[in-house]
Design a protein around this ligand. Structure first.
Ligand code: FES
Length: 131
């Protein structure tokens, strides 16, 4: 049994659109603003699919986003400023897409990504399937 893949968009960037920055009373939540900035920054890059989600369980560290792909480690990041994180996160997504197992060498990671790491999750393996 194989894990389904999306050959057109093998890397998925989930962005929590319900994150609200502390003290921010803007009508459009910080997470939504980050999502929109990321979509613009990606500019339709076929290597990365961006998907809005409601909550990644990193609510105390807004904004939050996650990178995942079949047979790769999954990362969850937090503390991403809505107004400035998009270029860093897009660069990280492209490095992630290029990494066979999703592990980005530490020295290539931006400081915001090093400091904002919330969790990494091993590749999903179905019974009888090695990742
Ligand atoms: S509301 Fe964004 S992680 Fe929960």
């Amino acid at each position: 049994m194989s894990i389904p893949t999306d050959p057109v968009h093998p890397t998925t960037l989930y962005v929590c659109v319900t994150c609200r920055a502390e003290g921010d009373t803007s009508e459009v939540r910080a997470g939504r603003r980050l999502h929109d900035a990321l979509a613009a920054e990606l500019g339709g890059d076929p290597a990365v699919r961006i998907v809005p989600v409601e909550c990644l369980s990193a609510c105390r560290r807004p904004c939050a986003a996650s990178l995942t792909a079949p047979n790769k480690w999954t990362y969850v990041y937090g503390d991403l400023p809505a107004e400035s994180a998009a270029p860093v996160l897009v660069e990280t997504a492209r490095l992630y897409a290029d990494a066979p197992d999703g592990l980005i060498p530490w020295k290539l990671r931006a400081d915001a990504i090093k400091k904002g790491s919330v969790a990494r999750v091993p590749p999903f393996a179905l019974p009888g399937h090695t990742a």
